[in-house]
Design a protein around this ligand. Structure first.
Ligand code: UD1
Ligand code: CA
Length: 454
């Protein structure tokens, strides 16, 4: 989205979020594996231009999240919480620098899309102020948009509204665009003469009209502007986001047998012809390449799945799992911080952590990489084409050379050279006819014990 005009997006996030009943600042609660403020910053970032965020005092963790998402965003602290216009003016130095378009968005409204912000901004062509409106199922608590002859003439906050105004169904969604030439002069006129004794950003509308500026409202859907104040609303927003993400990937060529059972993260990346069976969870940081199949009940996080790979059912890929092309990871196999090279297979009941599994190698059922000695983690290296027999333990640090063969049930503590056979288990002994002898001895013992008891 390119626009020759310069833009400054202000994200207001100084609220306490007391209704979340949480130790954590509201905007750090996540949907789709990403903090609320991260969603807003991502949308703002797509507009280009500069971003400034207004946070509350003692919200260093919010500042850190802002820096992580948008390193060049400016952070301002609103020392006292005295209303949305007061919060905007906490970013006065950024506004005073002068941008053509100034957008104000709320940090607790994570579902807003770049397209809508761009539409709002576009309305500045004919207006000094543009407000995003919507028609909520229940308008209680929202500012009402008073429109006359196509012009927005005022926004009346719920607490200040007359009965007639309260009956209006068109409401303020919270996002606003201001012409940079007039923004600061208008904002400086706002006072706190209202029911809440707050400096309302919404008063900018009537002030702009008083100066004969044009002010317009554009409309969007409720799902896009759901503000989050409670955990119930957080869960509702999560549901909206999940629907949106599923839709996006279905349209991009991903097959989902039962999309409503698949949970995605905002940063999940799926290539065309990926197939996802029911009940799969994608935590943050997952990339799946073309043609891979993620079978039912698998859990993936921080993982990369190569072309044509097969994962699950019931597989767990943890952060740092890197699967090459055509790798098979089967049921009850856990992979963490491990590179599994092309064509390698671990089909049943295994743990592969802090390791490299070479191309085409085969990891037998029940293989465990013992990566942790109680103090530190150690690496295991399995060479190309190696075969690890079932129920073996590889005690890290250890390596198994290319093409080597580890016998079933081995506990490998020493490096295995390439092409060697390692057997590390006690030898089996056979005692002919000993079974019946054993049985008769046992039953004799039982009779003795019974006689003693009688
Ligand atoms: C606001 C609007 C209302 C609109 C509604 C949409 C005003 C006066 N009212 O009401 O018209 O219908 O949003 O959800 O703007 N904030 C600060 N510092 C403050 C106050 C607020 O940073 O001093 C931030 C909050 O963190 C939040 C946003 O501004 O992100 C909105 O504040 P909030 O108190 O939730 O406003 P509402 O009463 O919901
Ligand atoms: Ca709110």
């Amino acid at each position: 989205m390119m626009n020759a005009r310069t833009a400054l997006t202000l994200v207001l996030a100084a609220g306490e979020g007391t209704r979340m009943r949480s130790r954590q600042p509201k905007v750090l609660h996540a949907i789709g594996g990403r903090p609320l403020i991260g969603h807003v910053l991502a949308a703002a970032g797509r507009l280009g231009g500069h971003t400034a965020v207004v946070i509350g005092p003692d919200h260093a963790d919010v500042a850190a999240e802002v820096k992580r998402m948008t390193p060049d965003a400016e952070v301002f602290v609103q020392a006292e919480r005295r209303g949305t216009a007061h919060a905007v003016l906490a970013a006065r130095p950024a506004i005073a620098r002068g941008a053509d378009d100034i957008l104000v968005v709320f940090g607790d409204t994570p579902l807003i899309t770049p397209a809508t912000l761009e539409r709002l901004r576009g309305a500045l062509g004919q207006a000094a102020v543009a407000v995003l409106g919507f028609r909520p199922a229940d308008p209680t608590g929202y500012g009402r948009l008073v429109v006359e002859d196509g012009q927005l003439i005022a926004i009346r906050e719920d607490k200040d509204a007359s009965a007639a105004e309260r009956a209006l169904t068109f409401c303020n969604a919270g996002a606003m665009a201001l012409d940079g030439r007039h923004a600061l002069a208008l904002l400086d006129r706002i006072d706190d003469r209202n029911a809440k004794r707050e400096f309302y950003l919404t008063d900018v509308v009537a002030l702009a009209r008083a100066q004969k500026f044009s002010v317009v409202a554009i409309e969007t859907e409720e799902d896009e502007v759901r503000g989050i104040n409670t955990r119930v609303q957080l869960a509702e927003a999560e549901a909206v986001l999940q629907r949106r993400l599923r839709q996006q990937w279905l349209e991009a060529g991903v097959t989902m047998v039962a999309p409503e059972t698949v949970f995605l993260s905002a940063d999940t990346k799926l290539a065309a012809d990926v197939v996802i069976e029911p009940h799969v969870v994608f935590g943050a940081g997952v990339v799946v390449e073309e043609g891979a199949v993620i079978r039912a009940f698998s859990h993936l996080e921080g993982a990369h799945v190569g072309k044509g790979a097969r994962v699950g059912p019931f597989a767990r890929l943890r952060p740092g799992a890197e699967l090459g092309a055509d790798v098979h990871i089967g049921n009850f196999v856990e992979v963490k911080a491990a590179v599994v090279e092309a064509g390698a297979k671990a089909n049943h009941l295994a743990y592969i952590g802090d390791a490299r599994v070479g191309e085409g190698s085969n990891i037998g059922a029940g293989t465990i990489v013992c990566n942790y000695d109680g103090v530190a983690k150690h690496h295991t290296d399995i060479g190309k084409g190696a075969f690890i027999g079932s129920n073996s333990s590889l005690v890290a640090p250890v390596s198994v050379g290319a093409g080597a063969y580890v016998a079933t049930g081995s506990v490998i503590t020493d490096n295995v050279p390439a092409d060697a056979l390692a057997i590390a288990r006690s030898r089996q002994t056979i005692k002919e006819n000993r079974a019946s002898a054993l049985r008769s001895r046992k039953s004799a013992g039982k009779t003795k014990a019974k006689q003693a008891a009688d």
